[in-house]
Design a protein around this ligand. Sequence first.
Ligand code: CMP
Length: 139
Amino acid sequence: AIERTLSIIKPDATKRNLTGKINAKFEEAGLRIVAQKRIHLSMAQAGQFYAEHKERPFYGELCEFMASEPVVVQVLEGEGAILKNREVMGATNPANAADGTIRKEFALSMGENSVHGSDSEASAAREIAFYFSGLELVG
Ligand code: CMP
C-alpha cells in the first residue's frame, strides 16, 4: 500500500550540510518528499516528541542533541514507505548499518545518527500530526 512516514534529518546532518545528499537517497529509493520544513526544536518539544523514551538512560542526551541545532522534518510517501525508509536509513547504530544506507555513509554515532524514521503505522500517524497540519499535506 502507499504509505506516509515521518522523517527527521537530525542536527549532526543539517550542520554538515547533508540535507540534499540524504534527500537524494530517499528519492533514489522511490520515496517522494511530500512535505518538508526546517525547524529548531525546543527542549520541551524534543521531550514531547520522544516521550516514549522518557525512562531510557539516553533520553536527556537525545533531547539536548535534537534541540541543539535546526532539523529538517519531512513526510515521505511511497509504496511501503514506513519499512522502505527504515531500510534506506540503516541500523540505529551506524556500526551495524548496511553498505549504501544513510547511517552507514553519514552517521557519526548511535546518538548522532543523522536521521529518524517512524517505526510503525501508528507512530507514523502520530509523528506526522506532531509536525504537520492538514493544510501542509497536499495529495
Ligand atoms: P531515533 O530513531 O531517532 O529514536 C531514538 C533515538 O535515540 C535513536 O534514533 C538514537 O539516535 C538515540 N539513541 C541514543 N542512544 C541510544 C541507545 N543506546 N539505544 C537506542 N537509541 C539510542
